[in-house]
Design a protein around this ligand. Structure first.
Ligand code: URA
Length: 432
């Protein structure tokens, strides 16, 4: 077999066999196939797509390219969630303790921030003492003890995805649906949970800019999950504006805590409850309505908050540090961004807000950048709010001086109009 022929076949829109995909992926992982040939194959796939069979085969091959976790020792209710990436998305910190209270086992590996989107691993690592890497046995024992443990992705999980993603990132092939499907689903399948709930973000702060693409992506991922014997659903949620009020690692930890303590709510609470309900309903085979009621009761009775503290303590977090979550707004520099006109906020461009959070230090511009855990943004005026000149739209936080350019770029993320805009629901569609 020659990789040249495989590239040529896909370039001419023909279906690849499992053997051909295996040859290309394994050859690339083993270093026998060079970057330029894998890049050419990825481009051919991005241009000509993959059939469902090819996508399923590619997913399986990628999943098996590294460690495969078998969580059967945790029983039948293992559950995982995955977000396709957004701005201000701290739902894992809320959902994991809710579903653990309902008896599910969450042995979760989370990713780091990517581009303008945040990553759960970075948020957890911002918590003083929290051990984001654990040996496998300790990870599993934590789940046995408290029902939840979240660590960063092990270096050996889906080796193929790590290498292929790095090429996609620099060859304009990230937004190919079959490549996204195989990238996400190979990691979820290798991670071993029986139930998988996907949070597919749609809007200006997501790579699915419209509902058609989000629906197509969701249906394909659900299809692949089913082919691999998983209980799976996709929840399409709005990312046309950031989720919740805070963006930035410790600021988001603060908002997760206040939501768990029932001091704040809104769209963040609603998205967290819907994701929790889907995980409980699929795992326990009960109706969505019953599962939603259970998730709401767990959250509103503060059981999830105490489970969160148990999870944190078990994983080394300093509970005194967490108790003083109001100090998470103590960055050295703060800048209020003021409205310059009368009217309603009609839009907040989430991608632009995500970019500002990176400029402030909350994310990485280069792989080796060190994150400023205190950097970020508090949104004071959201879509639909009425404003007048000098009202505070948002506060920017950073431990380095905030430039005028950053302030102006942030201001431009806001659109204003004379009419109050229609507010879209936070949960747009559920695909089972
Ligand atoms: N997230 C992933 O893990 N992979 C993709 O391809 C896109 C988003």
């Amino acid at each position: 077999m020659r990789v040249y022929d495989i590239i040529s076949k896909k370039r001419h829109k023909k279906e690849l066999t499992k053997e051909e995909l295996l040859f290309a992926v394994n050859g690339f992982v083993n270093g026998e196939i060079p970057d330029y040939q894998m890049s050419a194959l990825l481009m051919a796939i991005a241009c000509n797509s993959l059939t469902n069979q090819e996508t399923s085969d590619l997913t399986e091959i990628m999943a098996k390219s590294g460690d495969m976790y078998n969580l059967s020792e945790l029983g039948e209710f293992t559950a995982d969630k995955h977000s396709t990436g957004g701005v201000g998305d701290k739902t894992t910190l809320i959902v994991a303790p809710i579903v653990a209270c309902a008896g599910l086992k969450v042995a979760k590996m989370s990713g780091r921030g990517l581009g303008f989107t945040g990553g759960t691993a970075d948020k957890l690592e911002a918590i003083k003492g929290y051990k984001i890497s654990l040996p496998y046995n300790e990870f599993i024992n934590n789940v046995k003890k408290t029902g939840v443990s979240v660590i960063t992705q092990s270096g050996n999980l889906c080796k193929a995805d790590k290498l292929m993603y790095a090429l996609r990132d620099v060859t304009a092939t990230v937004d190919s649906i079959p490549l996204i499907v195989s990238s996400i689903m190979s990691k979820k399948i290798a991670s071993g949970a029986k139930t998988i709930v996907l949070d597919v973000k749609k809007g200006s702060g997501a790579f699915c800019k419209n509902i058609k693409k989000a629906t197509e992506l969701s249906e394909k991922m659900v299809n692949i999950g089913k082919r691999h014997n998983r209980k799976i659903a996709a929840v399409i949620t709005d990312m046309d504006k950031p989720l919740g009020k805070y963006i930035g690692n410790l600021l988001e930890v603060k908002e997760a805590i206040t939501t768990l303590k029932n001091e704040t709510g809104g769209e963040l609470k609603e998205v967290s409850l819907v994701l929790s309900a889907e995980m409980i309903s699929l795992s326990k085979n009960i109706s969505y309505e019953k599962a939603y009621k259970q998730a709401k009761e767990i959250l509103e009775s503060n059981k999830a908050f105490y489970k969160f503290l148990e999870w944190m303590e078990n994983q080394g977090a300093d509970l005194n540090f967490l108790k003083n979550y109001n100090d998470f707004e103590n960055a050295l520099y703060k800048k209020e961004i003021k409205a310059q006109k009368n009217g309603f906020v009609t839009k907040i461009n989430a991608e632009q807000v995500g970019n500002v959070s990176v400029m402030l230090g909350a994310g990485r511009k280069e792989k080796q950048d060190i994150i400023d855990n205190y950097a970020g943004i508090k949104i004071e005026k959201n879509v639909g709010d009425k404003v007048q000149p000098n009202d505070c739209l948002a506060v920017l936080y950073s431990n380095k001086k905030i430039s005028k350019e950053t302030e102006d770029y942030f201001y431009n993320a806001y659109d204003f109009g004379n009419k109050k805009p229609k507010i879209k629901p936070a949960v747009l569609k559920i695909i089972e």
